[in-house]
Design a protein around this ligand. Structure first.
Ligand code: ARG
Length: 460
């Protein structure tokens, strides 16, 4: 079988080498990027006079045909196609003959592959940003619909204080805003063309890396050829951004699992996003939420796998770097599935306001407000905390209604009755960023503005 290196090495490659070495099945999804990278390179070669205009045209036509064949599925891969770069070049030479054999002038697969991967990652980040925005929109819409609906807020998964449902949903939207920021920041560092670095040291031919960079729409061009071909920081960052995003999505998933359980009963997930049991007829299982929780494992695994591949690599290109693609692709693919499904869940979810209010309106949940009421009247907080703690204890030990215990205490007058009214605890939260109705109104506006800024950053 013919190899790219048949001039230097004799003897056929072994099956074992091929099985380990070939990356076509993974990297063939880079074909569009590979072809646009090659087209930019060829235009540059013509422009600097390294190949004839007529040869350039033949190559560009052959690239176009190759792209059409790959898109339609009619492209026939050959056993010697080691990766997408060799497959495309082999076909271009088949179609364009000698002209095709000039395409790889002044270029190495080392700068070629990382050019492709940067182009792919830029697109992946843009699509991911749009999906994050969609989930945020869905959360904000539910926050609007929630009005004054309240539920218990938890710490240590123990009921702590009542909070507005809108406040809770927006908390997730803010985390997603930070994910969005990280996507944009990673995008900026990805947006650098490595094409023209050659195998590692540049070229003796008068190629023009800035021209190819501009043709491909990159914002910057590499400054150091060794760094250009060996740098996979952008891959690691993109996987990290996905991993932290997945951590956020898993937390949302976990809440949906809890909240849809019989014990909580706060949400009803639409049938479209649940499954039944093969044995138990009554079951409605929140599989999608569970998978949103579980899929995080593989992405976090990709991050540590990739960093381990990168550690200790000497400059410049090493074949180890071929292992960068699977973790990258799978991280994006997985989050795309999960984001789409979670957005669907929130677009169609029903909240059970009564259940949530019932759980929120427990007398003990106003304990902190009673202590703060005493602070208003001049008592040091530590003292008030101890006093209320004692009343809670008495109520539990004597099995007496907490409200009664409080009303009987000499520190409180009849005014304290109002504190036990449902909603009262939320109304009393007056601080910015807190769960009070007014504060959450302000927060909603802030979130909507934030989202507008995000959307304007996307369309640039
Ligand atoms: N398939 C290779 C990769 O993904 C392309 C670069 C190969 N370069 C080389 N010198 N063998 O990294």
């Amino acid at each position: 079988m013919a190899t790219l290196w048949e001039g230097r090495l004799s003897g056929a490659t072994t099956d074992a080498l091929k099985a380990l070495n070939d990356s076509l099945q993974i990297d063939k999804r880079l074909y569009r990027e590979d072809i646009s990278g090659s087209a930019a390179h060829v235009k540059m070669l013509v422009s600097v006079g390294l190949i004839e205009k007529s040869d350039g045209e033949l190559i560009l036509d052959a690239l176009k045909t190759t792209e059409e064949e790959m898109t339609s599925g009619s492209f026939v891969f050959q056993p010697e196609d080691e990766d997408i770069h060799t497959a495309v070049e082999r076909r271009v030479i088949e179609i364009a003959g000698e002209a095709g054999a000039r395409m790889h002038t002044g270029r190495s697969r080392n700068d070629q592959v990382v050019t492709d991967l940067r182009l792919w990652t830029l697109k992946g980040l843009d699509e991911l940003a749009a999906l994050v925005v969609s989930l945020q929109k869905s959360l904000i819409e539910q926050a609007e619909k929630a009005g004054a609906a309240r539920l218990p807020g938890y710490t240590h998964l123990q009921q702590a204080q009542p909070v507005l449902l809108s406040h809770h949903l927006l908390a997730h939207a803010w985390a997603l805003s930070r994910d969005f920021d990280r996507i944009i920041e990673t995008r900026a560092r990805t947006d650098v063309s490595p094409l023209g670095a050659g195998a590692l040291a540049g070229s003796s031919l008068p190629i023009d890396p800035i021209m190819t960079s501009e043709t491909l729409g990159f914002s910057e061009t590499f400054k150091n050829s060794l760094d250009a071909v060996s740098d996979r920081d952008f891959v690691a960052e993109a996987v990290f951004v996905n991993a932290l995003l997945a951590v956020h999505l898993s937390r949302i998933g976990e809440e949906l699992v809890l909240w849809s359980s019989e014990e909580f009963g706060f949400v009803e997930i639409d049938d479209a996003y649940t499954t039944g049991s093969s044995m138990l007829p009554q079951k409605k299982n929140p599989d999608i939420a569970e998978l949103a929780r579980a899929k995080t494992g593989r992405i976090v695994g990709h991050l540590s796998g990739l960093l381990t591949v990168l550690k200790g690599l000497p400059l410049a290109y090493n074949k180890d770097l071929q292992e960068d693609k699977e973790p990258l692709f799978d991280s994006f693919d997985t989050n795309t599935l999960v984001l789409t499904a979670l957005t669907g869940i929130f677009d169609s979810v029903t909240f059970n306001r009564e259940k949530m209010a019932q759980a929120a309106d427990k007398p003990f949940s106003v304990a902190i407000d009673l202590a703060e009421h005493l602070v208003h009247k001049g008592m040091p907080f530590r003292e008030a905390h101890t006093l209320i703690g004692g009343l809670v204890k008495a109520s539990i030990e004597d099995q007496k209604d907490f409200k009664k215990v409080v009303l009987e205490n000499e520190n409180f007058g009849p005014e304290i009755e109002d504190f036990f009214k449902p909603e009262a605890a939320i109304d009393r939260r007056i601080t910015p960023g807190g769960t009070g109705l007014d504060a959450v109104e302000v927060q909603k506006e802030q979130m909507k503005k934030r989202l507008e800024i995000q959307i304007s950053m996307m369309s640039r």
